[in-house]
Design a protein around this ligand. Structure first.
Ligand SMILES: Cc1cc2nc3c(=O)[nH]c(=O)nc-3n(C[C@H](O)[C@H](O)[C@H](O)COP(=O)(O)OP(=O)(O)OC[C@H]3O[C@@H](n4cnc5c(N)ncnc54)[C@H](O)[C@@H]3O)c2cc1C
Length: 287
């Protein structure tokens, strides 16, 4: 399908990009990898009058690893995360989840900023951001601000971003090395969006019991969420098979998934419990 007509700008600075978006009064959209926006335009789901291409903003394509955690510049591509060997230690959960994103060609162009701004409820990175208490740095005409991931995703394809705001960075808190973690996803084919997926991690207290449990899921609601009842099943316990099963059951009870052409609500409810249980079993098997 042909795209609807649009104007095109390719600013050389972030300030210029923000000014272009602000001047368009909600009729412009940033263009990053184009892997979601271009199909949406082809299907007339989005019809921006102006595309503001971010490709010259090379400062936004970077992965920084410090004692405070991992900072992903918004123009970081999936491929960059896959290629960065440092992330295996600095954030193994991120690396494992991103390995499930899309297919080769899309991974070569798609960006982390585009993914969070697009806010697909089945996308991996928004799920990791919510699970890991990430912050999303944005800049607009009114200045810069940091938005907690849990407040950023509002509904399918709806975020807390204002029309003139650009995501500049996703900040993931530091990852202590002994942390136990797991990521499990079920999709119809490798690279497809998740029908359901679970990201889990917890730390160990001096007695070897789980503490600080985080359980996040995607594909089973209108945005990524943490499941507090499942987390409560884990905290303070030795994370064994029984605890994993109970947390999986709690996760199933905690979600009210939608029904679509791929699966019924009941199927997804059951599936998410299995994903949580398997992710926890993988976590407890890591030493
Ligand atoms: C066949 C197919 C399979 C896919 N499978 C998966 C999958 O399994 N998992 C997954 O997570 N994704 C999947 N994707 C989506 C892919 O990962 C996209 O790359 C990603 O969602 C959007 O990134 P992008 O850089 O291409 O953004 P674009 O398509 O350029 O933009 C997407 C949206 O974000 C906005 N935007 C882009 N950058 C910014 C920014 N810095 N600040 C503010 N707004 C911005 C745009 O205006 C637009 O609204 C798939 C896509 C396709 C076509």
């Amino acid at each position: 399908m042909k795209l609807p007509a649009f104007e095109y700008a390719c600013p050389a600075t972030l300030a210029e990009a923000v000014a272009l978006l602000a001047a368009a009064g909600g009729e412009a959209k940033p263009l990053a990898g184009g892997q979601s926006l271009v199909p949406m335009m082809a299907f007339r789901v989005a019809q921006p009058a102006l595309l503001v291409d971010l490709r010259k903003l090379s400062d936004l394509r970077r992965i920084e690893i410090t004692a405070d955690g991992v900072r992903l510049g918004a123009m970081t591509r999936w491929r960059d995360i896959g290629d960065d060997a440092r992330l295996a230690a600095a954030h193994p959960l991120l690396k494992a989840a991103v390995a499930h994103v899309a297919h080769y060609q899309i991974r070569n162009r798609g960006t982390v900023g585009g993914s969070v701004a697009h806010a697909d409820p089945a996308a991996e990175l928004p799920g990791i951001a919510v699970t890991c208490d990430a912050e999303i740095a944005v800049i607009g005409a009114a200045g810069s601000r940091l938005i907690e991931a849990k407040d950023f995703f509002i509904a399918p394809l709806v975020t807390a971003l204002a029309a003139d705001e650009i995501v500049t960075e996703i900040r993931l808190p530091a990852w202590p090395p002994p942390r136990r973690w797991g990521f499990q996803e079920f999709s119809r084919r490798r690279g497809d969006f998740a029908m359901a997926a679970a990201a889990v991690f917890y730390d160990l207290d001096v007695a070897g019991k789980a503490t600080n449990a985080h359980v996040g899921v995607i594909g089973v609601g209108d945005r990524p969420v943490r499941l507090t009842a499942a987390e409560a099943e884990i905290n303070g316990k030795m994370a064994d098979q029984t605890v994993s099963e109970r947390a999986g059951q709690a996760a199933s009870s905690e979600v009210s998934p939608h029904e679509d052409i791929h699966a019924s609500s009941a199927y997804r409810k059951s599936l998410v419990g299995t994903m949580v249980e398997r992710a926890l079993l993988a976590a407890s098997a890591r030493h």
